[in-house]
Design a protein around this ligand. Structure first.
Ligand code: A2P
Length: 270
């Protein structure tokens, strides 16, 4: 298969409504996870938490998948977090990208995991599994999130300990960031759990909300619809089950045109 990676060549072949951007850094975490950063078009605006369609030109045809933007809206570059699937139509090629390679990005960002889709509250819980942490990587680095909420709690659950590396590094980077570091040190908490290896906290996030272990570890009271807000990003099953748990506790699902107590992102990279 031929993947077009030269910026000039791809620019000439790119479909309308598409940007051609250049990869700046690539970092591999495990056999199945990596992140990359690329240039950001000067005219490209988005709200932290949104996603875009990212693609490659394969055998003369563009192939896209939805990717949450992991960088905050003020960042001069764009960052993405991706799985690697050996026979995945896009990720089998995307995992081979190097700095200098060209990538396609559709011009219109969208998504429901945005601060505007939540009604005001005291705390926001960002529940993620696997690469579902990506939109939260954007939101925890956005000062607007701290304007809106006193406490920001990011939860990340993965099958293995190695898969937690990105979230841990991200929170550390955020807490040392010149712009957002002071706020994040005081008001951002990371909670991690693992489901298929030994780890101090084991279990799915749904179980840990229901049995109260999450709140015991955080030193916070159980979820209260009057002050707690939620954002959920993970696999389809995780979204469905976490949504059901929050609804049982009295939180309602919101959207851009109807803000409420929690939001769910259904565009998942699989
Ligand atoms: P588990 O190991 O018990 O399946 P995946 O890679 O399949 O998306 O899983 C990522 C993480 O999400 C794993 O820790 C997995 O736990 C967890 N998970 C999978 N399905 C659900 C679900 N329906 N509700 C909550 N967590 C889930």
């Amino acid at each position: 298969m031929n993947v077009m990676t030269q910026v000039d060549e791809l620019t000439a072949a790119a479909p309308a409504n598409t940007f051609v951007e250049t990869v700046t850094t690539v970092q591999h975490y495990t056999d199945s996870l990596f992140r990359f950063r690329m240039t950001r078009p000067a005219s490209f605006r988005f709200r932290s938490g949104e996603f875009v369609m990212i693609g490659l030109m394969i055998d003369g045809k563009p192939l896209y998948r939805a990717y949450s933007i992991a960088s905050p809206s003020w960042d001069e570059e764009l960052e993405f977090f991706s799985i690697k699937v050996p026979d995945g139509p896009l990720t089998q090629h995307l995992q081979k990208i190097k700095p200098g390679d060209a990538i396609l990005m559709k011009k219109k960002p969208t998504g429901t995991l945005v601060n505007d889709a939540l009604i005001p509250g005291k705390r926001v819980y960002m529940f993620s599994t696997g690469t579902g942490v990506a939109p939260f990587a954007s939101l925890i680095r956005d000062p607007e999130t701290y304007d809106k909420f006193e406490n920001v709690i990011l939860t990340q659950t993965c099958r293995t300990v190695a898969e937690l590396a990105y979230a841990k590094e991200l929170v550390e980077e955020t807490q040392n960031d010149p712009l957002i570091g002071e706020l994040a040190k005081e008001r951002l908490q990371l909670f991690t759990s693992v489901t298929r290896e030994d780890y101090p906290v084991q279990g799915r996030i749904t179980t840990l909300i229901e049995n109260g272990e999450l709140f015991k570890h955080l030193g916070l009271p159980p979820l209260d619809p009057a002050i707690d807000r939620g954002m959920i990003c993970g696999s389809m099953d995780m979204l469905k089950d976490t949504k059901a748990v929050l609804e049982k506790l009295g939180l309602n699902e919101g959207a851009n045109n109807k803000p409420a107590e929690f939001v769910v992102e259904r565009a998942f990279v699989g």
